[in-house]
Design a protein around this ligand. Structure first.
Ligand code: NAD
Length: 317
């Protein structure tokens, strides 16, 4: 049985991905657990509470593939401690790759971000367009991609540029667009939209996690960079979809300019055989159901920025 090492395994994506991986593989999860312990124990799962800045301590001799998710995972969080963000994103990834290559790991899958493109007017933002990252988060992702690519003659590399993810996870995030708007509609009966015309691509949590599984088995000749986003819609349109399901009010703050506006084209990915199965509608319905059934509450730990600020202070990171 192959072994997959997942960094950030207790995070929003990791805690949905790992139960799926465990149906086929042995899994090692490495995470600082800043947002809690979100994985159930399993005979084929080894959970290691470790900061990836110390990754050199871990043996990867039996690891076949690494799925690298650990990072400070949005714009505002990355600004809390700029040095920490660079260290975790860029430097730790370099340490991780050095160790992986030394220990004979064959494949490396990296969660970059679709936001590396910055502001793009093109209707089809494809992988070969220039990158103009505008925040520290996007810049760190771009530089980390380049570090990873410099190792491509030594390890098989897949770089994924995901859209904003939506839907339910054991580690719920309410700092990302569809999830944030839905929880506001559920708890406050009101959605506040800042600007609203900015276009954002989206991907369902089941599709992004299925994609990582797909890439473990994808043929070596397809290594490279892939966009992963399937519904490019405005924030205002997202709010309207939610309003139809929850009958809430929408308040639009018009004098607000959010420069982050782009559409992803993911046909390179669909050409190698990956097909998404879900979308924004499913994500909203899942969140509503989990909220009504009592599995989700609007708690401080789900608001990543404020929570991480406290964690950094408390743990003196
Ligand atoms: N969720 C999205 O919409 C989205 C979109 C595009 C890209 N991404 C990228 O996907 C990855 C996973 O995102 P997520 O939504 O699961 O975020 P998340 O914040 O829920 O998960 C990240 C996990 O990494 C862990 N972590 C952070 N620094 C660490 C360190 N130094 N050592 C060990 N563990 C550490 C955290 O404790 C957390 O559990 C991130 O790299 C993110 O930038 C996410």
């Amino acid at each position: 049985m192959k072994t997959i090492l997942v960094t950030g395994g207790s995070g929003y994506k990791g805690s949905v991905l790992i139960p799926k991986l465990l149906k086929k593989y042995k899994v090692i999860s490495i995470d600082t657990e800043w947002f809690g312990k979100n994985l159930k124990s399993h005979p084929n799962l080894r959970i290691i509470n470790l900061d990836i800045r110390n990754i050199s301590k871990i043996s990867m001799r039996n690891v076949d593939c690494i799925i690298h998710l650990a990072s400070i995972a949005n714009d505002t969080m990355s600004e809390l401690d700029k040095n920490l963000s660079w260290e975790i994103s860029a430097l730790s990834t370099q340490l991780l790759l050095e160790k992986a290559i030394k220990d004979g790991v064959k494949r490396f899958i990296y969660a970059s971000s679709g936001s590396v493109y910055g502001i793009k007017k093109e209707k089809k933002v494809i992988e070969t367009l220039s990158l103009k990252p505008i925040s520290l988060y996007n810049k760190a992702k771009m530089c980390t991609e380049r570090i990873i690519q410099s190792y491509k003659d030594k390890i098989e590399i897949f770089i994924v540029r995901p859209a904003t993810v939506c839907g339910y996870s054991p580690r719920m995030r309410f700092d990302i667009s569809v999830n944030a708007l839905t929880i506001n509609a559920l708890t406050k009966k009101k959605i506040i939209v800042f600007g609203g015309s900015q276009i954002r691509p989206n991907i369902h949590i089941d599709d992004i996690t299925d994609l990582y599984l797909f890439l473990i088995k994808t043929r070596k000749k397809f290594t490279g960079i892939y966009n992963a986003g399937f519904e490019n819609i405005s924030i205002k349109s997202m709010a309207k979809i939610i309003q139809k399901k929850l009958k809430c009010k929408i308040k639009i703050i018009r004098d607000f300019t959010d420069p982050r506006s782009y559409r992803l084209d993911s046909s390179k990915l669909t050409k190698i055989g990956f097909k998404p199965k879900k979308g924004i509608n499913n994500a909203i319905e899942d969140i509503i159901k989990m909220f009504n059934d009592g599995y989700i509450k609007d708690e401080p730990i789900n608001h990543s920025v404020k929570w991480l600020k406290k964690v950094i202070k408390k743990k003196n990171i």
